[in-house]
Design a protein around this ligand. Structure first.
Ligand code: 5AD
Ligand code: SF4
Length: 448
């Protein structure tokens, strides 16, 4: 099947990955809009489909090929196949192979090159296929269009890439070296986001707390300095950041949690394993003890802070006893929320060729046990919140008329009934806790 030609009139961006992948998806959509290409109406085929892929775990590439296959088949039946662009981390890692294996793909564009999408579309429209997996990260941001109207919560990528080289991870290969976006660009983008309707901004980075720059006076500044500057923006009510690495934590950021009221009491600090031997094999530059000490300091600065983390079970060589050390760590920390994954061998990473790869059934069983423990703690955290009064930022309508959904400062999903609007920050009493959401009772509208 030949690639589709002619400039598309409508698009759909499908994002499959992390929050940064979603941010990139939004920015690609904005870029397409500047070329007069509109989002395809719900339920209708788009002229251009952007598969914004993720490479971090299992079978990502296979999923891309099967998605393409499905579109080609549907296209044959309908007499019209959309123009297909593959973006994101699979495009970066396997661009050439995608071009060779999937003739229906017109465009392959990596996460650092998507600002060039419009030119690539022009090429595709005359039947030429286009691939770009260069990595000039900063050029991308300078070339992107202004932010458009958005909802009350927004992502802002402040840092990209990773120099840590954890032995299981593809990110240093797909996203490249650590790069911080300049301070003034970030302040400008945050102001634009607030003007466009955002009341909460989540700062994104693969190692967001490695962000560094120079403030307007030319002083060296870390993430805490950036957060303090953002907190001065009128109309911005909440600031969050994700994802952090224990090795990049500094005193200023910990202190900021006790002092900056707009900085929400939530910390996502991946640990991956509760075994020092496994951590070493993973090339994590922390131990269980140094990690726990860090958490203690955050708790001292902000006693109600909700803790979150990432875990990998079944890393090559992980013994039952080492896995149990992870369970013990969970028992000590009592996470408010956490993400846990079965180890997945990523091509080209050191761990993929390590001895002692763990059988799928063992990984399944360990994941179930870990998730049971994490689920227990999440419910306990939610239950302990009952009776608290807090602000909820209203993000959308609930399933039933008169119902609203939003987030507590601790990133819990809260639903309540009553008078509200999307974007309101309302005061709510938390009255009943479930494992994934909490029922609130509206007290008074704080601000509209
Ligand atoms: N296998 C399983 N999980 C992984 N992660 C990263 N690489 C892998 C892998 N190869 C998880 C880590 C990381 C999160 C974003 O994804 O827990 O923190
Ligand atoms: Fe997936 Fe990692 Fe790429 Fe995000 S950065 S899209 S999680 S591979």
């Amino acid at each position: 099947m030949k690639p589709t030609t002619a400039l598309p009139k409508t698009y759909r961006v499908k994002s499959f990955g992390c929050q940064m992948n979603v941010y990139d998806g939004e920015r690609m959509a904005e870029l397409l809009a500047t070329r007069g290409i509109a989002p395809a109406p719900e339920g209708e085929e788009a002229d251009l489909v952007v598969l914004n892929t993720c490479h971090i775990r299992e079978k990502a590439a296979e999923k891309v090929y099967s998605d393409i296959g499905r579109m080609v088949k549907a296209g044959k039946a309908a007499g019209r196949t959309p123009m297909i662009a593959v973006a994101g981390c699979v495009a970066q890692a396997e661009g050439e192979e995608i071009m060779a294996r999937a003739p229906a793909v017109s465009i392959v564009v990596g996460p650092q090159a998507y600002h060039r999408l419009p030119e690539m579309l022009d090429k595709a429209a005359v039947g030429e296929r286009a691939a770009d997996t260069d990595m000039p990260a900063i050029a991308k941001f300078a070339a992107l269009p202004p932010r458009r109207k958005i909802g009350p919560t927004a992502f802002l990528t402040v840092q990209e890439g990773c120099d840590k080289f954890c032995t299981y991870c593809v990110v240093p290969y797909t996203r490249g070296a650590e790069i911080s976006r300049p301070y003034s660009n970030l302040i400008d983008e945050a102001v634009k986001l607030v003007e466009a309707g955002a009341r909460e901004i989540t700062l994104l980075g693969q190692n967001v707390n490695a962000w560094h720059g120079e403030d307007e006076a030319g002083r060296a500044t870390g993430l805490a300095g950036l957060i303090r500057a953002l907190a001065a923006i009128d109309g911005l009510e909440r600031i969050r950041y994700t994802t952090s690495h224990p090795a990049d934590m500094d005193d200023e950021l910990i202190t900021a949690h006790g002092e900056v009221t707009k900085l929400m009491p939530y910390l996502h600090l991946p640990v991956q394993s509760g075994s020092d031997r496994v951590l070493k094999a993973m090339n994590r530059s922390h131990t269980v003890e140094s990690y726990l000490k860090l958490l203690e300091r955050f708790r001292a600065a902000r006693p109600d802070i909700a803790l979150s983390g990432d875990f990998i079970v079944g890393f090559p060589g992980e013994s039952e006893a080492e896995f149990e050390e992870t369970l013990s760590l969970v028992d000590v920390v009592r996470y408010a929320q956490a993400f846990s994954f079965k180890y997945s061998a990523r091509p080209g990473t050191p761990a993929a060729s390590m001895d002692g790869q763990i059988a799928a059934e063992v990984k399944d069983e360990r994941l179930q046990r870990l998730q049971a423990a994490l689920g227990r703690d999440q419910l306990a955290f939610n239950r302990a919140s009952v009776g608290r009064n807090c602000d909820v930022l209203v993000e959308r309508r609930g399933r039933h008329p008169g119902q609203w959904l939003g987030k507590s400062p601790w990133l819990q999903s809260v639903w309540f009934e009553g008078e509200a609007n999307i974007g309101d920050l309302v005061s709510v009493e938390l009255v009943e806790a479930g494992p994934v959401s909490i029922e609130g009772r509206l007290r008074t509208a704080v601000s509209a």
